[in-house]
Design a protein around this ligand. Structure first.
Ligand SMILES: NC(=O)c1ccc[n+]([C@@H]2O[C@H](COP(=O)([O-])OP(=O)(O)OC[C@H]3O[C@@H](n4cnc5c(N)ncnc54)[C@H](O)[C@@H]3O)[C@@H](O)[C@H]2O)c1
Length: 452
């Protein structure tokens, strides 16, 4: 069994130790932020895992033992886990669904639904369902873990799988949906500890899916019907989007009142029934910004409106622009204009300590600065560069800059001696800390410091 190998600083990999009698192998379809650590989590439990992805560059990177994910388990980085599980023979990859099908009867699908211009793009999921349908065998189980537009499993996936396989769902193969709830950066831990919900197309599908999920998950698994589990996932994300919008609005209020936002939240949260979230430079990633868009097709179909969720989305989407508005005001107070200023933007990830820059508010801030004529140099050590405004080091970004915006924390930023690092900025600089990273740093007396 793999988990005995995960003895790190005296802490054992505490696998659930649960192995349904039939589960020898599993195919994890889609090897991205969710799929790769999920696949490795099964391998760590001793399951033979074949990871399926259609992107040759993703497969190439994984086969070279590289990942760009900021994940670890008990101090063991994901690259090391990948190396161990590959060497053990428990984990391998393929781009060929037929090859996966030859080795397993259980599929966990993590292929996502992108959103382009507010419209959902079902094509990656459709293609994956098509490929799966062509290789599905009697006795197989497919569990979809992607975040789906409510109704997708029963109305879209089921008929496609039946049509392509010539098999009957329920009698010939099993189908279930279980949303994925982990937060990037805590994947290995949360795959184990985050409670799940699961809905099957019938009782046998639900039960079999629950057993497969239990191999990694030690937390409670709540059975329900598929549509409830699909919709619950969207509402879980929507609720967080709305709560963050509330925090952003309160932050704007406390800024105007010249009250420290974090202190205000700390005090308010001493009330046992209040739980304010922390504000920031915006909301990024796939999950929260896309939640509302995943509901839009159903809302249109049913003639429904969700004004609160729409307003929250507007507030969150507008936050990066408001940060740039604030930057312009602060520069003005220092006698400068944005279009003549050099701006350092530090951290491009969609959240702290992440390598994910999808829908990143930091990138929105950067794009808006450029749009308004600012000279931008951005630095993030873990986000792949290739954008015209990125540079190779913190020093290069800060050198002679008139303003600095800290938009996402990264581990290496924690090691920086900020008081000295900021010395190379121009006179009377603006320092905007949207992540409250510099609270304990004595900053230069000539700086105009703004903390969210
Ligand atoms: N990232 C998160 O924190 C998170 C958290 C909870 C839920 N989710 C959900 O999980 C799902 C996956 O998210 P992700 O962040 O891992 O996405 P991702 O884009 O990182 O990974 C998806 C992978 O699927 C692959 N793929 C695309 N089409 C394919 C096909 N036809 N066959 C096989 N592979 C294919 C892509 O190449 C990619 O590697 C999404 O539905 C997302 O909403 C994500």
């Amino acid at each position: 069994m793999g988990r005995e190998e995960y003895v790190v600083t005296g802490v054992n990999w505490k696998g659930s130790g649960y192995m349904p009698s039939g589960l020898r192998s599993v195919a994890v379809v889609g090897l991205g932020f969710i799929g790769l650590p999920l696949a490795l989590s099964y391998a760590m439990e001793g399951v033979q895992v074949v990871g399926v992805d259609v992107d040759e560059s993703v497969l190439g990177r994984i086969n070279r033992g590289e990942t760009h994910l900021q994940e670890s388990y008990n101090g063991t980085p994901i690259d090391e886990i990948l190396a161990r599980e590959t060497a053990s023979g428990r984990f391998r990859t393929t781009c060929d669904y037929a090859e996966a099908a030859a080795h397993t009867d259980t599929y966990l699908v993590t292929v996502g639904i992108p959103v382009n211009g507010g419209e959902v793009d079902m094509s990656p999921l459709d293609r994956s369902v098509e490929s799966l349908g062509r290789v599905l065998k009697p006795g197989d189980l497919a569990i979809f873990r992607s975040t789906l537009v409510p109704g997708t499993t029963r109305e879209r996936i089921l008929p496609a799988l039946e049509r392509l396989s010539g098999l009957r769902c329920g009698s010939d193969f099993h189908l279930a949906y279980s949303s994925e709830r982990i937060a990037e950066g805590r994947a290995f831990q949360e795959f184990r500890e985050m409670p799940l919900a699961v809905g099957g197309i019938d009782v046998a599908s639900t039960e079999r899916a629950r057993e497969v999920l239990s191999v990694v998950t030690t937390a409670e698994i709540t059975p329900s019907d598929i549509e409830t589990v699909e919709t619950s996932k969207i509402l879980e994300n929507l609720q967080r989007d709305i709560n963050i919008a509330i925090a952003q609005e309160f932050a704007a209020l406390s800024d105007a009142l010249q009250i420290d936002t974090y202190e205000l939240i700390r005090v308010a949260n001493t009330h046992r029934r209040v739980d304010l979230l922390k504000p920031g430079p915006g909301v990024g990633g796939y999950c929260l910004p896309y939640a509302l868009h995943y509901l839009t097709p159903k809302m249109r179909q049913l003639g429904l409106d969700l004004p609160l969720a729409l307003l929250a989305r507007d507030i969150n989407q507008g936050t990066p622009l408001r940060i740039v508005d604030r930057l312009e005001t602060l520069l003005g107070e220092q006698g400068r204009t944005l279009d003549s200023a050099r701006i350092a933007l530090l951290g491009l990830a969609m959240k702290d300590y992440s390598s994910d820059d999808r829908e990143s508010p930091a990138l929105e801030i950067g794009a808006e600065i450029v749009r308004r004529g600012g000279r931008l140099r951005a630095f993030d050590p873990v986000i792949p560069d290739g954008r015209p405004f990125t540079c190779d080091s913190l020093e290069e970004a800060l050198e002679e800059s008139h303003a600095m915006i800290l938009a996402a924390r990264q581990a290496c930023f924690d090691e920086v001696d900020w008081a000295s690092a900021l010395e190379c900025m121009a006179d009377r600089p603006v320092i905007m800390d949207t992540r409250r990273m510099l609270d304990c740093v004595t900053l230069r007396p000539d700086a105009r410091v703004w903390r969210i």
